[in-house]
Design a protein. Sequence first.
Length: 387
Amino acid sequence: MNPTRHPDERSDEGSLAPAAMLIDSTPLQTAQTSSAMKGVLRARRALRMTLLAVATVVTASHVARAQDMLRVRDLTIEDRAVPVRLMGYGLVIGLDGTGDKSSGGKQGGMSVNSIVNLLRRFGVELPVEALKSKNVAAVLVTSEVSPYLRTGGKFEVHVSSIGDARSLRGGVLWSTPLLSDVGSDPVATAQGPMLMADLGAKSGAIENSARIPDGGLLEIDMPHPKFAQSSNILLKEPDVMMATRIAKAINLEMGDGTATVDDPGSISLNLKDAKEDRATLLARIQSMRVQTQRVAKLIIDSRDGTIIAGGDLTVGEATVSHGGVTLTIGVNDTTTAPPNAVRMAPGTPVTKVASALHAIQAPPNEVAAIFESLRAIGAIACEIEIR
């Protein structure tokens, strides 16, 4: 038997057709919505890429700007913090036959007499005639230390031969007393192995000077200034523009009138009305950062050929011949260059020119002379410092 249906049930059954129509139309609306959503996603993706590109440019700009920011402490010193220079006479030992050539003889040379005096301190007596000094070199030791350095502090020293030694490579500085002035009492000592650049087979390299990092040891306290009484800061390299920037940064941070430019090398500080102690204020000033300007400068070490270029320096058209090396910039010549010749295009960076000169093993002193000649004829517009 068929069950009896309630009238309401018939009406519900009759309403199934419209519901089916609604269900059938859903896929069409979903397709339209999907197409619209794809357009929105594409627009969002394009916007995201644009924002990312802008953020990259802004970040690069900030990074470049941050790289040109230096702390005040890197540009200045306090007026009372003048470095103290120390010096001494000593011996470099352990050389491989490259030391002073002077032999004993009847009177002995400088190195021989120094060795005799050194051995005498240990109770060893030898005649001057019996000594030769090919593995020893007489040297002068120099250094600069901070006046605030205390007993036990270490510092770098520089060692230079004063005899006829060919090289100090591989040698060790014997314990050497250091003085602040000739005739004064020693305040420090220096000793340690020589450190110098490894130039390989480069010819013409000068190896009669070297340095010893942390080779100096302060053994007696020197008179030191009172840090908190500093009333001026001095620029390491006087420049009125940089002095103005530093004073502006200080006044912006600590109030107008705190810093005043006296001259390109000095800035006066007015810290009398400050609530903090002077040492804290000076520390705050030292930690401030200022915008620097890139200087077109070329630094050349005539001993080992090291070249430091600042300011994106390039070389213009020129031809320089010095010693056995010829450098040509800007000449269109397709022939093979001679062994000791370098040819480069105009606008070549200084660093690439230096690399090319090093590649043909040009002596460091000739490299320095070539760049000095380029500056003299206007092929390089910069300041050149030869060390």
